[in-house]
Design a binder for this molecule. Sequence first.
Ligand code: NFE
Length: 568
Amino acid sequence: MTHIVVDPVTRIEGHLRIEAEIDGGKVTDAWSSSTMFRGIEIILQGRDPRDAWAFTQRICGVCTTVHAIASIRAVEDAIGAVPPPNARVLRNLIIAAQCVQDHVVHFYHLHALDWVDVVSALSADPGETSTLAQSISDWHNASATYFKTVKERLRGFVERGQLGPFANAYWGHPAYKLPPAANLMAVAHYLEALDWQREFIKLHAILGGKNPHLQSFLVGGMATPIDPNSQAALNIDTIASLKHLIAGARDFVSRVYIPDLLAVASFYKDWAGYGAGVGNYMVYGEYPLTDGPKAPKFLPSGVIRNRDLAHVEPLDPQKITEQVTHSWYDYEGGNATALHPSKGETKPNYTGPKPPYERLDTSAKYSWLKSPRYDGAPMEVGPLSRMLVAYASGHPQVKELVDGALTKLGVGAEALFSTLGRVAARGLETALLAEKMGDWVDELAENMGRGELRIHDNDKWDPSSWPASATGAGFHEAPRGALGHWVHIENGKIARYQCIVPSTWNAGPRDSQGNRGPYESALLGTPIADPEQPIEILRTVHSFDPCMACGVHVVDPKGRELAHVKVR
Ligand code: NFE
């Protein structure tokens, strides 16, 4: 038996440590630990709830926007504000753009190098790469000359020793299966995707002033004026710009990302047999299609247990709890307690070893993440959960996309419960949203056309219109999954604030019953060819798209450093 430590896991946001037992060439047990602390809930106490979004949005620069959205929804729920249709549409566009850009960046820049051997690309024949590229897509950059240029550019990086993001990987590892021609194609698209994502996210600059950390959110609506006759407002020119950017996204996703995804997946079909995890999937739902708290959503909410696609349970947020049995926090009522987030507590108490340390004591507390549970059970959240709940709920576009991909890969629906399924679901969701965004731009244009220019519910802006004591919850589907913020307001000020972020659901430690979290479960059975180079662990962990930054904020309310963690 070998005990291995991967710390820090790179090509993620934030600080994650994985420890695993390897026996007989397979992972037999695993532990997931976030090694930094988030204190944003503490920072928010006593502040104006209308400002909370600006603080919470800073939880993360990768899933920028998401904590702002969850925050304004939580406060709106507490005070009874209902954003007008334009605010809903603008938010849907901002949320979908975030998801599309984030998923493309994840596939190419955070995850592809687990599957694509960059060094092997140097031995590719550009003519072969051109033939391959043209066989899977009609994307314009596909000539032998183009791929020759990319190869030379790559060789230049290597010869000058400027490998940058390509440095220190497990190049040449036997688990890499793509032929050199496919590796070169993927490297070319890695570089193209860098340019593409920078261009596409201008959509956020148009609707939010900048990216990351958009500035146009407002409790009760949005702060972006709409007026077809004003150059100082969102107008007809804006509609044209949005349409242009969305058309570019559809083009890149359908002609580069999806063909690459299917091509790469076809070499790694064995990964449809690894990485399933807890088999429970939870979705809050996203993209309200009408206004008000009961609005139907483009992606439905629901819970699937034990991989049973025949049953989607309605979601009941009252069943959500967090435990700290294995987390560096204390609960007043004792550490075996499970607290609903509306009653949640954030009392950090680091009892782990002094860093740097060889090994965590996983029988005790071992992570800064809490263990969220739904009805007592661990839940996977994210694109796979969203696609599964939509698929099992009979969502026509999702069914078409999922069935199409399964047929192309020649695998059955059970392949979805895997590392490969997670990667594929993210791509399919990107295609779905790039397509759907056009409808919201049309809705915005129609609203402008008929003089519906409202962007804000002013009735609830003044705190004197609020009850003295109010509680609310804001739910959102962030790129990495179900995100919830819970707020309690007393006399116009925040008395309690709790966030449960997607990566907490997925990367959290064992609970009081000893049940593993989703990462920990997903790693069981993963084959490890070489414990010194555990690329297979990275494949499964990266397939969730970890973001520990959502779990990191190392200052207390006075701005002092609370903990300094040095990772070996
Ligand atoms: Ni910081 Fe995030 C997303 C949130 S964490 S990336 O998506 O919320 O899982």
